[in-house]
Design a protein around this ligand. Structure first.
Ligand code: ADP
Length: 636
């Protein structure tokens, strides 16, 4: 069964097909409606020696053009079926015309179509029927070329007024029929434009450019010179000998001029391609990486200086050799599979191996590499351009970084451990001192004078403060331990924070506005809660005496993260301190007025960083502060 291939026709050729078929349909309809009635004008069907386009030719033109138009669309089975049906109608009609012309059987309504025209329509309809069949391309193209040849002979015959050409010993073919058949056959042949003479004229290679330029110009010149020669013969302007000699000279001169102008054009194109090749070679030679080109049989065709330097080979030791000499034996099999995949669908690819990829130098030492394969096309063949990057030093640095990260993690753990143990151990003596103070206060009140009592109570409150600081330190150290990301509804989390801070909010007459539609996202819920609590607490705490606190909380969704803002109308912060306040125990205000330990914002920073974000403040003294932080959009 023949396969129907989709018509992947270039836009330009599609447009030519559509334009031609529309033009021919328009003209044929015009002929059918008025042509036979009109005697004058450009569209007079009887132009060219009273030779009209036959009525059945006009029908055949309409059907054939429609068939071409539909097969160019080729979108639906219906269109392709209709297109073939139209081609079959033309075919059937031409067979009937031929029976009428060449046998004694008379077929009604076969009016005027010449045998040459019917033969051309026969070939055209067969071609249109098979136009989209991949395995009949050559036959189709051949038939279309025959139609183009016959119709062009007829056109030349009309132009030079040689009846033998357009008559071909039969009933003559009208010039309009010839033009129509020529246009239809040429535009149909564009569907398989790489085949036959159409390929010669539509190709992009230098030979095609020459064929296009030279043939079209030559054809026009030859027709013009032939016409002049005939004219001179008919009007007896000169003797036949002089005529032939003149036309020979004229043809030689014109051919020389045409060849000259074409060769100039071709030279310019050649120059350009040579320059491009030269630039490519220079770029390859000057590249900071090892670049080499190999064919599909692994033969090295080109290697730049860097390749030679990297592998320690001389140029002649590489060229023509098998590329596998640069690959360790254990990777040969893997390489062959990757190479086969690359040539199966050539596109720029990174040579990915499960393990690290190594290459082999001349001294057999192996080193880690990264290889990128790029297809390079030369004529019809594809080669592979290998970009080889020596990643020895990168690997070395990665190793150092990896080791440092591990060391850092260990140190961090040690530090957390130390923090935990020391805070824990510090609590113990503090508790003892505090107990003894209480003991002194309770058991020996008569032995203590007022001054001693005051000293003891100062000691006691200092110990209390220190104990709180140690507890905060302990909490800071614990932050993020056993953490787990959970889907957190930010709106309800904020609501519960506000409920918890209820009495503070009430006492300070604070107003808290939260933007609607806070997102739901993956977060460390307890820590996130603490983050909001600290920020809102600070915003209320550091309010101005004369203004009740007004806090606005908002969230914006950005690409890859959320950005939150907690803005207040409080005392503000000097921008010089905007970084310091996130350091542990760093406070800007007196203990008397604003109670605190200077650990809240350090906690906030740690929590935000746990969420892959950043925190910062924008503020001016007396004008309020806006704390901003980001949180990564975690996938789980
Ligand atoms: P604490 O609140 O216990 O003092 P923080 O670490 O929470 O400790 O804050 C550090 C310092 O940053 C505070 O002492 C204060 O000076 C300043 N600060 C924090 N939040 C605000 C705010 N909303 N407005 C003004 N200053 C602030």
């Amino acid at each position: 069964m023949s396969r129907i291939a989709p018509v992947a026709i270039k836009r330009r050729y599609y447009n030519i097909g559509v334009f031609t078929s529309s033009l021919i349909i328009t003209y044929s309809v015009y002929v059918l409606l008025f042509g036979w009635g009109l005697k004058n004008g450009l569209f007079d069907a009887r132009i060219s020696g009273n030779l009209p386009i036959a009525i059945d030719s006009a029908y055949c033109f309409i059907f054939a053009s429609l068939s071409l138009f539909l097969s160019l669309q080729n979108k639906s089975r219906f269109k392709s079926l209709l297109s073939r049906l139209l081609a079959v109608s033309v075919f059937t009609w031409t067979i009937l015309v031929m029976i009428d012309n060449f046998t004694s059987i008379r077929i009604p309504f076969t009016i005027g179509m010449s045998p040459q025209t019917s033969f051309c329509f026969l070939l055209l309809s067969l071609s249109l029927y098979h136009l989209n069949k991949a395995n009949r391309k050559f036959i189709i193209q051949g038939m279309l070329h025959v139609v183009s040849l016959i119709s062009s002979i007829v056109i030349i015959g009309h132009l030079l007024e040689i009846p033998e050409f357009y008559r071909m010993s039969f009933v003559p073919m009208a010039i309009y029929s010839a033009i129509g058949l020529f246009l239809l056959s040429v535009s149909s042949s564009l569907v398989n434009r790489n085949i036959g003479l159409t390929g010669l004229f539509t190709g992009k290679l230098i030979g095609n450019i020459m064929a296009r330029r030279l043939f079209i110009q030559m054809a026009l010149v030859i027709i013009a010179l032939g016409y002049l020669r005939l004219l001179s013969h008919r009007r007896a302007w000169m003797s036949p000998e002089l005529g032939i000699a003149s036309i020979t000279v004229a043809f030689l001169v014109v051919s020389l001029l045409l060849v000259w102008s074409t060769s100039k054009k071709l030279n310019a194109i050649h120059q350009k391609s040579k320059l491009a090749e030269q630039n490519f070679r220079t770029a390859v030679a000057a590249a900071p990486y090892a670049l080499l080109i190999a064919d599909r049989d692994d033969k090295i065709l080109m290697a730049n200086n860097e390749t030679r330097k990297l592998y320690g080979y001389k140029k002649w030791e590489l060229l023509g050799q098998n590329i596998k000499m640069l690959i360790p034996e254990k990777l040969h099999e893997d390489y062959s599979v990757k190479k086969a995949n690359f040539f199966a669908s050539p596109s720029a690819t990174k040579f990915d191996f499960d393990d690290e990829l190594f290459s082999k130098k001349k001294d057999n030492s192996e080193f880690p590499v990264e290889i990128i394969l790029t297809p390079v096309r030369v004529n019809a063949d594809t080669f592979m351009l290998l970009t080889i990057i020596d990643i020895t030093s990168r690997k070395h640095h990665e190793e150092i970084i990896k080791r440092q990260v591990i060391q850092l993690q260990q140190k961090n753990e040690e530090l957390e451990q130390f923090n935990y143990i020391s805070s824990h151990d510090l609590q113990e003596p503090l508790r003892t001192v505090s107990n003894y103070i209480s003991l002194l206060q309770e058991d020996y009140p008569e032995n203590l004078n007022e001054e001693m009592k005051l000293h003891l109570s100062t000691m006691s409150s200092s110990i209390e403060r220190m104990s709180r600081v140690i507890r905060s330190l302990l909490d800071f150290g614990k932050l993020g331990r056993n953490k787990k990301l959970v889907l957190t509804n930010c709106s309800s989390l904020l609501e519960s924070v506000i409920t918890d801070l209820g009495s503070l909010i009430k006492n300070k007459h604070a107003l808290i506005s939260i933007e609607p539609n806070f997102p739901e996202f993956y977060a460390y819920e307890t820590e996130l809660r603490q983050l909001f609590q600290n920020l809102i607490n600070n915003a209320i705490k550091f309010s101005r005496d004369d203004t009740p606190p007004h806090i606005k909380i908002s969230c914006k969704r950005k690409k890859g993260f959320y950005k939150f803002e907690v803005a207040d109308n409080g005392i503000g912060i000097n921008p010089a301190n905007s970084e310091k306040i996130f350091h542990i125990f760093h406070r800007l205000n007196s203990d008397e007025k604003y109670e605190g330990h200077g650990i809240g914002l350090a906690n906030c920073k740690k929590i935000v960083e746990m969420h892959g974000g950043q925190i910062w403040v924008e503020s001016e003294p007396g004008k309020g502060s806006t704390f901003k932080f980001t949180i990564l959009k975690f996938k789980t």
